[in-house]
Design a binder for this molecule. Structure first.
Ligand code: DAH
Length: 348
């Protein structure tokens, strides 16, 4: 077979194999088989020297022509296969935009906030305005202005987190109750009458147990005006108790002691489960303890800017976690701040 025939045969075979190349790998193998250093066309061109000199120019031209033909055929095939690969990839990654989307998980209020919101709306019906007061307080607002004497043992009722301050600075602490908000509110409104609700976080340096946490919530209610009596306090508590625990819930006041109220009381409600007959929830007492309240002490009225001869008031401070625990049968206060969704999601 002469060189010209050989070239024709190489071309026929090369074109056929190229047409059959299924992917870019096959294409690379084809390139090295025909156009590579040891490829078929290269071999022929290396053999040119062995031809009789008169034939060389003609055969040389044909070799060059074949190289060009095959190179451009290669380029076309490469473009075709790349496009095919890209199309296959696009088809595989195709997104069906008509599929329904995955809805994002939407959260909801925490149980504590839901209870506080209920309480807010009950007090709002009686004309109480919500006031937010600071969580970092001075010793004076948390204790002194609320009629705690400097070394009075009543300060030990509440173990306190103090903030490190230079010795010359006033003592600063995390409030142990929402009561200091009373002073802020009175100083803002005196001598006008006021009704405020002060919800928020409180902190105590206490052993954490099923009944006590280092951080918890309270809501403080305070009314100051002319001729406000214990009867007004009792009526407000009855309204709150029925709003929270249902119609027919009764309240009772037991004498107690707080430095900032005189007289002071603990408020109980009739057990919402047994109605007062006695059951497991109320430990057969028929009553459930809710929190402290009383008539604002004259010294506290004075510290707030009111003349106690002209003004009187009532106040109280209850824990929404305790109310929620009673209402929903929760046996451990630590659940509230645990961040455990198994707990949180039960109250939506
Ligand atoms: N501050 C008290 C406490 O944390 C609760 C309290 C009792 C608040 C009587 C009051 C009140 O406003 O009148 O234990």
């Amino acid at each position: 077979m002469g060189v010209v025939e050989e070239l024709a045969e190489i071309e026929g075979q090369a074109q056929a194999e190229l047409a059959a190349a299924a992917d870019l790998n096959g294409l690379a193998a084809w390139k090295s088989a025909y156009l590579g250093k040891t490829g078929a066309v290269t071999k022929v061109s290396r053999g040119l020297g062995a031809l009789p000199p008169p034939e060389r120019p003609e055969v040389g031209k044909r070799v060059n022509a074949l190289l060009k033909t095959l190179e451009s055929a290669y380029d076309e095939a490469e473009a075709r296969l790349k496009l095919a690969a890209q199309n296959a990839e696009l088809a595989a990654e195709r997104i069906d935009v008509t599929l329904p989307g995955r809805p994002p998980a939407v959260g909801h209020s925490h149980l504590t906030n839901m209870v506080l919101r209920d309480i807010t709306s009950i007090f709002a019906q009686l004309g109480f305005q919500v006031w937010e007061s600071r969580e970092v307080e001075t010793d004076d607002y948390n204790f002194g202005l609320l009629n705690f004497l400097p070394d009075h043992p009543a300060r030990d009722m509440q173990d306190t987190f103090y903030v490190d301050m230079p010795p010359s600075a006033p003592k600063v602490l995390l409030r142990t109750h929402t009561s200091p908000g009373q002073i802020h509110a009175m100083r803002r409104y005196a001598p006008e009458p006021l009704r405020v609700l002060l919800p928020g976080k409180c902190y105590r340096n206490e052993q954490v147990t099923v009944r006590s946490e280092m951080m918890f919530h309270q809501f403080e209610f305070l009314a100051v005006g002319r001729n406000i009596t214990l009867g007004d306090l009792k009526g407000t508590l009855d309204f709150l108790a029925e709003g929270l625990f249902g119609k027919g819930t009764r309240t009772r006041l037991r004498p107690s002691y707080f430095p900032f109220t005189e007289p002071s009381a603990e408020m109980d409600i009739s057990c919402f489960l047994c109605g007062g007959k006695g059951c497991r929830v109320c430990k057969y007492a028929g009553w459930l303890e809710i929190g402290g309240c009383g008539m604002v002490h004259p010294n506290v009225l004075r510290n707030g800017g009111y003349d106690p001869d002209e003004f009187s008031g009532f106040a109280g401070g209850f824990g929404p976690e305790r109310i929620a625990m009673l209402k929903y049968g929760i046996d451990d206060i630590r659940w509230f701040h645990s961040g455990d969704l198994r707990f949180v999601e039960q109250f939506s």
